[in-house]
Design a protein around this ligand. Structure first.
Ligand code: 13P
Ligand code: SF4
Length: 360
């Protein structure tokens, strides 16, 4: 039978993987993504918001996705929560809610949408799922990780508890649900000192960011035992590079995220969460600002603050940048990628997040 194609009878072809969410809500047809005069007209008001950041030649690539995503969000009763590090076209044109980790966690708790799409990294999507166990939470790319969250496991926390019996454990929200399930309370960069002091202990284990831990330790009498993790974006900034900017322009305003090393914070005029940095610029309107944080922050603040000049010695967070408009559209059409957490573990992790939310 030489030359005959080999046909394997009875062979089973695996059906395409359909997620539980897709079975619940159904898959929709992919919308037409052509750049047409109608798309240009319907998205013109959104381009106005980003025209200082996105050149006109790029808008035809974004606009069909922006239109399709905004239409499908309504059809699906979905909401997009976007962290301040998301790209300007996501932050300004499709997000329903933007903010720092604490704001997103609080708003996730209040959402009445059927579907939450997380514009951010995986631990943020897990936090949304913890606070919305009955809702469908999707992350457009589940590989969007975080060097802090990846630096520690639940088993590491159990080992710390054995080594320091009776010492309470505070976890930065940049941790997995597995870790949150083992700790006493969570914190974010905007409430870390308050959370540490709320425990009424002389000594507290603070994980996983050694630089945030060091910055907190300088603001409290509580003794801090730190884990050795670091943010791969913020650990790269150096005090020397900031001093050079300051020498070139002594009146420049330097804002740093507290995930930066303490010596970088020392050279800055202000250190705070991403939302606190945005509030600072909006309130004080400095002439020239240096944002010591992820690149998209300056772009996003610039769209909201005319007349402020931004200097961008920025580092990209490769995890945040995995989230794109095409992947958000895929999430809405195919309901992927669904975030699930084992219910027993989720109940323990939720307690740590909720305890923080109740405190602040
Ligand atoms: P914020 O809570 O300040 O937004 O920080 C989250 C984060 O991942 C910063 O790198
Ligand atoms: Fe994690 Fe740093 Fe990226 Fe924030 S910027 S998500 S802390 S790696």
């Amino acid at each position: 039978m030489q030359g005959q194609p080999h046909i394997q009878t009875g062979a089973r072809v695996a059906p395409p993987a359909v997620s539980a969410a897709a079975r619940r809500f159904g898959v929709l047809p992919m919308p037409n993504l052509a750049w047409t005069p109608e798309v240009a007209r319907e998205t013109a008001h959104l381009y106005e918001k980003v025209k200082q950041i996105i050149p006109p030649v790029e808008w035809p690539f974004h606009a069909p996705y922006v239109k399709a995503i905004n239409a499908l969000k309504k059809e699906r009763n979905a909401v997009i929560l976007a962290h301040n590090y998301q790209t300007p076209e996501i932050y300004n044109c499709v997000a329903d809610v933007v903010g720092d980790s604490l704001q997103l966690a609080k708003l996730a708790a209040k959402s009445d949408a059927d579907i939450i799409i997380q514009g951010g990294v995986h631990f943020m999507a897990e936090t949304s799922k913890l606070l919305n166990p009955d809702k469908t939470v999707l992350i457009p790319d589940s590989r969007a990780g975080c060097s802090l969250a990846e630096s520690i496991t639940g088993a590491d926390v159990r080992a710390l508890r054995q080594r320091y019996p009776g010492v309470p454990v505070v976890a930065y929200v940049n941790t997995s649900a597995d870790v949150k399930a083992e700790v006493d309370i969570c914190c974010t960069s905007s409430n870390a000192v308050k959370v540490v002091e709320s425990l009424g202990a002389d000594t507290v284990i603070f994980l996983p960011d050694r630089f945030l831990a060091a910055n907190v330790a300088r603001q409290t009498k509580v003794k801090i035992i730190a884990w050795r993790g670091a943010c791969e974006v913020h650990e790269r900034f150096t005090a020397d590079e900031l001093k050079r900017y300051r020498a070139d322009d002594p009146s420049i305003t330097i804002l740093a995220h507290p995930e930066c090393p303490p010596e970088v914070v020392d050279v800055s005029d202000f250190a705070g969460s991403t939302a606190a940095m945005i509030d600072y610029v909006k309130a004080k309107k400095p002439r020239r600002v240096l944002m010591v944080t992820e690149c998209s922050m300056a772009d996003n603040v610039a769209t909201e603050t005319q007349g402020v000049e931004f200097v961008r010695p920025c580092n990209l967070c490769p995890h945040m940048k995995r989230i794109t408009l095409p992947k958000i559209l895929d999430s809405l059409v195919y309901l992927k990628e669904e975030v699930t957490i084992e219910p027993g573990l989720a109940a323990r992790a939720r307690r740590s997040v909720q305890r923080m939310i109740d405190l602040v």
